[in-house]
Write a protein that binds this ligand. Structure first.
Ligand code: ARG
Ligand code: ZN
Length: 434
């Protein structure tokens, strides 16, 4: 369904206007590599300019990806040239990149034809709306009732259903605890490749008979879109939206809420793990706002409750994000390594090596503080630290910064294939351990 913006109870006259659609016309994506600490500081200062977005963080001798609004693009580029800091303009008009990313959805006629012949309208050659995704889940559960069960785990802030897909077959033998794996995608709204990959994995497990053993020996729990509200918002209104879409209660609302971008919480900062610490913001208008408290959001509450209920069986927690092509292991909140870091790395290394054999893609492997930045309140750390799930990973999907979040739809299948290969390698190792 289309998002209906619910009127606030009591009505607030100065409620800010939600734009029809945010335009990124003439917004530029630039890549810049600071080669000394001064340049890091210069670029950081620049990133504070209004409207500038940091897609990849500013670190010494690493590429930072920055989005510049047209209002500052010229000055910023002049400033960089004066400082003799090299930069590359990757896209000179993000609105055009956005338009090119996703083929148009079929007409209603074509859709009903698809539905009549295939039973659903899901494809892997474009990014789909949430309703198409839900319809596909329904289709799977109706056509493969012996394999697929839908488990409603709660609702988003705007009332969308969150349904975990359980894929499993065969009887569990007595005294045998069948291992399980959890996979989620779409914690961050704009990372469209993540739900698409989760749905691909789901489809292979259900519709491809060659994976029957994987399904009979392991239970799979897949939630393709955690942040369904944000995901829809990124389709309808702001392609680069990251957070959820919750609105602070009236009493908690302050002046700053009246400017654009202050709704929602970063659902990967909202988990009860060193909540509100490093790499998380207390400013509701920030893209990394941690929320008013740990698990303030219905989405993170629903997923964490489910994980706790199944913690005795879930041995792998996998969360799909983009972009940067990395296979991240806990911890993210500290540079200290987990006691069983080597165990986690061992399986992850097997996964990234098997990924590389598919079409040569290289995924960097390590902790977030060593490869990216430290963060707190993340789902992977919580899954390991609080739910006790030993093998907990965040996969940062492609690419490494040409398209960034705007990965063209034709990359869905190749990306999904390699990630499914990586996941299979992990699951096969888990089956051996058991
Ligand atoms: N890119 C993701 C984010 O900013 C993950 C960063 C690493 N943190 C983590 N908990 N894995 O939320
Ligand atoms: Zn993310």
């Amino acid at each position: 369904y289309d998002a209906v913006i619910a009127p606030i109870a009591g009505g607030i006259s100065n409620r800010k206007q939600i734009p029809n659609r945010v335009s990124y016309k003439k917004y530029q994506l630039i890549r810049v590599v600071p080669t000394d600490e001064d340049e890091v500081l210069d670029i950081e200062a620049m990133s504070e300019e209004p409207g500038v977005q940091v897609w990849m963080p500013i670190r010494l001798n690493k590429t930072a990806d920055l989005v510049l609004p047209p209002s500052v693009a010229r000055d910023v580029k002049r400033f960089l040239s004066q400082r003799e800091i090299e930069f590359v303009v990757v896209s000179s008009d993000l609105e055009r990149s956005i338009a090119k990313q996703n083929p148009k959805s079929p007409s209603l006629n074509q859709k009903s034809e698809l539905k009549a012949t295939k039973g659903h309208t899901m494809t892997w050659n474009r990014y789909h709306r949430y309703q198409d995704i839900l319809d596909y889940l329904m289709y799977l559960s109706e056509h493969y009732p012996h394999l697929v069960e839908l488990l409603p785990i709660g609702k988003t802030s705007e009332g969308r259903q969150l349904k975990v897909v359980k894929i499993s077959s065969g009887q569990t033998k007595e005294n045998v605890v069948k291992p399980a794996i959890w996979i989620d995608g779409g914690i961050h709204a704009r990372e469209w490749i993540a739900p698409a990959v989760a749905l691909y994995v789901m489809r292979q497990l259900v519709e491809n008979k060659s994976y029957r053993k994987l399904v009979s020996e392991v239970d799979w729990y897949i939630l393709p879109v955690v942040n369904a509200d944000g995901y829809e918002y990124s389709h309808t209104t702001d392609r680069l939206w990251r957070k959820s879409r919750s609105v602070a209660t009236e009493s908690a609302r302050t002046l700053w809420d009246t400017s654009y971008g202050c709704e929602g919480v970063d659902l990967n900062r909202n988990w009860d793990w060193h909540w509100g610490g490093v790499g998380a913001s207390r400013d509701p208008c920030s893209d990394t706002y941690a929320g008013s408290r740990a698990f303030s959001e219905p989405e993170t509450r629903a997923v964490s409750d489910f994980l706790l209920d199944h913690r005795d069986r879930i041995q792998v927690y996998l969360t799909l994000h983009s972009y940067s092509q990395m296979w991240l292991v806990p911890w993210s909140h500290t540079k200290k390594l987990a006691d069983d870091y080597d165990d986690m790395m061992y399986l992850a290394r097997q996964a990234t090596e098997s990924i590389q054999r598919v079409h040569g893609s290289q995924y960097q492997l390590g902790t977030s503080p060593s490869l990216l930045y430290a963060t707190s309140g993340g789902s992977d750390d919580w899954a390991k630290g609080k739910a006790g799930i030993k093998y907990s990973y965040t996969v940062e999907l492609p690419d490494k910064g040409v398209y960034g979040f705007l990965l063209p739809a034709e990359k869905i299948v190749p990306t999904s294939k390699e990630i499914f290969t990586g996941i299979k390698s992990i699951v096969k190792s888990i089956m051996k351990i058991n």
